[in-house]
Design a protein around this ligand. Structure first.
Ligand code: HXC
Length: 260
């Protein structure tokens, strides 16, 4: 599979996807978007792959947003008729059932922040900066920013960030629950790949079900989510990996996972 604006590498069962337009601070133009959709579909379909990491090239930006130069001349009808960025909600979020991590190595602004928040969790470099500055361009978040940021950090901070366009640094992002942890920039890739490798080494169906369960917390009522959790738990008890995991524990030996 050939790509021009992203790099895709595999390390064992981990796929590393790097947005590679450093001169434009990894701004998300339509080619990046299309290639990301393809790369995530390939990762999802490859049985050998268990977890992905998404990051940006260079040490300045994860992604500084949707490409403003590409959007500047488009009119409302074009955005509406193309259902701008709807693809990502369905392909990166809904159809990617395997876990993936955003390793945020600098600016994650506008669409870049929204893309990071589509990940199952975010590991941030100490230089990371998050923001929804769309208001300063006369628009507003358009791929989940106003919703996912509010759920992640609460109304007060999300509202202030959307209304003023101010950025949140990595320390504040960690305090606010937007990111899992903050690491020095030079350790970011290694930390994210090590974490992804650990996740990829887990029983595959259990990993996918755990992801689905946590995401359900954001999508439905507690009552429905608890029923869904019980049913998914019950389904997992039918897997070979459940039998293996419990037997291995009792016999005090390492488990050997089948992914089934
Ligand atoms: C296109 C961008 C870009 C973007 C940066 N660049 N962000 N190009 N789209 N989103 C380009 C610059 O034009 C410049 O190109 C080069 O990258 C380096 O950027 P500088 O501005 O010179 O760098 P710096 O002074 O360090 O400032 C960094 C920055 C700033 C604070 C991140 O670039 C910035 O404010 N960028 C825009 C952030 C933003 O508003 N994002 C939201 C976009 S709207 P040249 O050719 O001059 O070297 C959005 C909507 C999503 O995401 C919703 C869709 C449905």
């Amino acid at each position: 599979m050939t790509y021009e604006t992203i790099l895709v590498e595999t390390f064992g069962a981990v796929t590393l996807i790097t947005i590679n337009r450093p001169k434009a601070l990894n701004a998300l133009n339509s080619q990046v978007c299309a290639e990301l959709v393809r790369a995530f579909a390939t990762f999802e379909a490859d049985e050998a792959q268990g977890c992905a990491v998404l990051t940006g090239s260079g040490d300045k930006a994860f992604a500084a947003g949707a490409d403003i130069k590409e959007m500047a001349d488009k009119r409302a009808a074009e955005f509406f008729l193309a259902d701008f960025f709807a693809d990502w909600q369905s392909r990166l979020v809904k159809s990617t059932r395997k876990p993936w991590i955003a390793a945020v190595n600098g600016f994650a602004l506008g669409g870049g922040c929204e893309l990071a928040m589509m990940a199952d969790f975010i590991i941030a470099a100490d230089c990371a900066k998050f923001g929804q500055p769309e208001i300063k361009l006369g628009v507003a978040p358009g791929m989940g920013g106003s919703q996912r940021l509010t759920r992640a950090v609460g109304k007060a901070k999300a509202m202030e960030m959307c209304l003023t366009g101010r950025m949140m640094d990595a320390a504040e992002a960690e305090r606010s629950g937007l990111v899992t942890r903050v690491v020095p920039l030079k350790e970011l890739a290694e930390d994210a790949l090590r974490t992804a490798n650990l996740i990829a080494s887990m029983p595959r169906m259990a990993a996918m079900v755990n992801k689905e369960m946590v995401n359900t917390a954001f999508e439905t009522t507690l009552e429905q989510a608890l029923v869904s959790e019980r049913r998914l738990f019950q389904i997992l008890t039918a897997t070979q990996d459940k039998a293996e995991g419990m037997e291995a524990f009792i016999k005090k030996r390492p488990a050997v996972w089948q992914g089934r």
